[in-house]
Design a protein around this ligand. Structure first.
Ligand code: SF4
Length: 444
């Protein structure tokens, strides 16, 4: 079985096997239900999801949903971070309440980055680029973990639902791991669940756009969200295979269960700590389940619970380094930072690994391999909006009509313009943040 670990794996080729092993769903299967999908969705850059159906339904029915993701401030903001930012911004534009977190507690405990550097990198690399790329600061929420008392309180509370052995098994922690590192895991769980607190409008579907290596965090947080629930609502089947709905109290007293029963019409059978609902038409079961879940959530909130939805996630592919293989912050040639001089980035593009043949003659006769080309990946993921143009490049490369030297020169020019424009937008973003009531203190 392939292993995925948020701090370890950087190169997984066989997504199909990975998805089968871990139960991740293919994004392509729900693509047709999205009215105007982002190019990462259209082009298979977002490869998988977990529980995105709830988010999609909310988006299509214009009911509340949220998007959240975090950035660990330990180095330059590069194109991999930009992907997550683009996904947050897209969901915000689709009507989601957007949360962007600077994971400084994680960076400090896991990488040993000083608080001062966390603040500097978090603000000047990540937050400024996020706003420059289009994050709406009036509608969304940006925060540092270390400044958010509500988040820390939630992390503490979530810690009551998970134990040392479990966290150690998921993350491979040994006896020498520092305690703050373990706490930072709970803080990340809290990051993911925080948008569902009543201060932010209460329970709602939330999507976490991340790289596929972050799936262990998502699975753990889904488990914790479920454990924090007072009730379990399930569809079950009787001996005649007729469906019924079971509502089971996990952490609630009989008073809360009676209150739920009072609000639900229909044929009920009550027990000390659970009840069953019968007589539901098969065609009505999904709609009834949603209605019951809504009632149960309302009662949970009234009785001091959280009523969490299980958080959803979208998973994008790993981004290749420009030199081929993995992108590494210790190898500047392997990545492009959004804050580096456009000229230097363009030069890196010209030196990047391509999927071209050894000689021009061979390329003309046999064609290139855009699937293995970092230039094609840059064009497709970040530099060209028009699908037809991307397809044309792919076809021309395959047929041998397109040659790498000219192709790299085009990509270098596009990269130069993109970074120049982005860096101009960054200056405007700084102005916006410096004047903003909630964020201006970061610049003092
Ligand atoms: Fe890559 Fe372009 Fe060369 Fe094709 S022609 S292999 S897309 S650089």
């Amino acid at each position: 079985m392939a292993e995925i670990n948020p701090w370890g794996v950087t190169d997984i080729k066989d997504y199909t096997k990975l998805f089968d092993d871990f139960g991740i769903s293919r994004f392509a299967d729900i693509l047709s239900r999205i009215e105007k999908p982002h190019l990462y969705m259209r082009r298979g850059i977002i490869v998988g999801h977990r529980g995105y159906e709830d988010v999609l339904r909310a988006m299509n029915e214009h009911t509340p949903f949220a998007v959240m993701s975090g950035f660990m401030p330990s180095g330059k903001i590069h194109l991999g971070g930009k992907m997550v930012m683009d996904e947050i911004i897209w969901h915000q534009r689709m009507g989601g309440d957007a949360f962007a977190c600077i994971a400084d507690m994680e960076s400090h405990s896991v990488r040993g980055v000083s608080w001062r550097d966390c603040k500097d990198i978090g603000l000047n690399e990540y937050i400024v680029s996020l706003v420059a790329l289009g994050f709406d600061v009036e509608k969304g929420h940006i925060y540092f973990q270390s400044e958010d008392k509500r988040l820390q309180d939630l992390a503490f509370e979530l810690g009551t639902a998970v134990n040392f052995s479990e966290i150690s098994a998921i993350y491979g922690f040994q006896g020498d791991v520092n305690i703050a590192h373990m706490i930072s895991v709970l803080v990340q769980n809290a990051d993911i669940l925080q948008p569902q607190l009543r201060e932010y409008g209460g329970p709602k579907p939330v999507v976490i756009p991340v790289g596929v290596d972050q799936d262990p965090h998502i699975r753990l947080t889904r488990d914790i969200a479920s454990r924090m629930r007072m009730f379990l609502v399930e569809e079950r089947f009787d001996k005649a295979q007729k469906p019924y709905i079971s509502i089971r109290a996990k952490k609630a007293d009989s008073g809360a269960l009676k209150e739920i029963a009072r609000r639900i019409d229909g044929q009920k059978k009550m027990y000390a700590l659970h009840m069953d609902l019968f007589g539901i038409e098969e065609s009505e079961i999904d709609r009834t389940m949603r209605k019951i879940e809504e009632i149960v959530r309302d009662v949970e909130l009234e009785y001091g619970g959280y009523g969490f939805f299980l958080p959803a996630a979208t998973y994008h592919r790993f981004v290749q380094g420009l030199t081929g293989g993995k992108m590494s912050s210790s190898v500047p040639e392997s990545y492009i930072a959004l804050t580096e001089p456009p000229g230097s980035a363009a030069e890196k593009v010209k030196r990047a690994k391509t999927g071209g043949r050894v000689t021009v003659e061979e390329q003309k006769n046999l064609g290139g391999s855009p699937e293995e080309c970092t230039i094609y990946e840059l064009l497709m993921s970040h530099l060209i909006e028009d699908d037809a143009q991307v397809k044309e490049i792919f076809d021309e490369c395959k047929s041998g009509k397109r040659l790498c030297k000219a192709c790299k020169a085009d990509a270098a020019e596009l990269m130069f313009s993109f970074l120049k424009r982005h860096q101009e937008e960054r200056e405007k973003a700084k102005e916006v943040l410096m004047k903003h009531e909630l964020y201006k203190h970061w610049f003092r």
